[in-house]
Design a protein around this ligand. Sequence first.
Ligand code: NAD
Ligand code: GLY
Length: 367
Amino acid sequence: MMTQQISPITLQVELGERSYPIVIGQTLLSDADLVGRHVVGKRVAVVTNTTVGPLYLDRLSQALAKAGKQVTSIVLPDGEEEKNWASLMRVFDALLEQKCDRKTTLVALGGGVIGDLTGFAAATYMRGVPFIQVPTTLLAQVDSSVGGKTGINHPLGKNMIGAFYQPQAVIADTTTLDTLPARELSAGLAEVIKHGAIIDAPFFDWIEANIAKLMARDAQTLAYAIQRSCEIKADVVRQDEREGGLRAILNFGHTFGHAIEAGLGYGQWLHGEAVGCGMVMAADLSRRLGFIDAAASERVRALVKAAGLPVVAPDIGAERWLELMQVDKKNEGGQIKFILIKPLGTPVIMPVPQEALLATLKACVQQ
Ligand code: NAD
Ligand code: GLY
């Protein structure tokens, strides 16, 4: 549990007129000055869910009210399977019923599901209203709240409906991680490991050396993992906001992972679990193509395992794997593109020979 006091830090996502701060620190939810500062108008609609709402909605609403804001809240059902059109409509219904105008700021209080959905609602409500990300899962604090990818799932593909839409600010209160279930902590660590594997080999070494402390929720160690992940992601987003090329590297492990999520049905495996296992598969594929050696591939597998994540993929059927991997936003002209590592700490994006892919599926999928 997090007890030491750590000074908040502020990073900047540099995107010209769409630039915004990421504030990382303890007990930020009750900081009226901080949360009020990023709300441009008077009205605020906080979107959360039935799990996070009872834990943190009052705290945040009180801080916003103290800052002089008029607060409405919208509480959605919890779950990846709820990241859909019906939930989006519930948000629009509530905003319209409450007569929220185009100066209303939407605040996403929750994990990546609430963040992605609320961001998309903000991008489209009255053709765009401001929004703030208040991520409460490790995954959302290290990844999904930063960079402006917003959206919902379609039964035929993960995150297929959405928009690039940047928030006004990201406020990551690390104290909220105290209530996060262990399985969700592990899911967040998948994206931390991803950042090391694709872009920063010394950070990968650091995660290996500190995985026990991360799993034990050591406050200082978690704070550094969040900070370094946000720095890495902010830098990639600065260079390629709308994924013309480079940003696709952030999808390391996701081609396989998205197929697992959609193949099993959303909500069966957590997104981070699917990404963790997907990284093991992508490392295996990288080894088969001679980009990394067996020792490096094993390091990825061992670290994913040490983070409490699955390393053997579920059997969804060979044809279904290929079919689902075809529905991926990176693909062009029907060709599946993979993010591979060449070597560990450096990404490469490319299509792969079918034989190598089938060999990876055979080796990594539960028989
Ligand atoms: P989630 O939003 O479903 O949250 C996980 C669970 O933890 C939920 O049950 C939630 O209610 C609960 N929870 C949240 N905060 C809590 C807290 N502090 N204490 C106790 N329980 C808490 O899942 P997630 O892992 O945060 O996000 C996954 C989603 O993020 C996926 O839909 C994925 O596609 C998306 N994602 C988006 C991006 C992006 O760039 N936009 C990047 C990565 C992932
Ligand atoms: N998680 C992938 C991205 O933000 O681009």
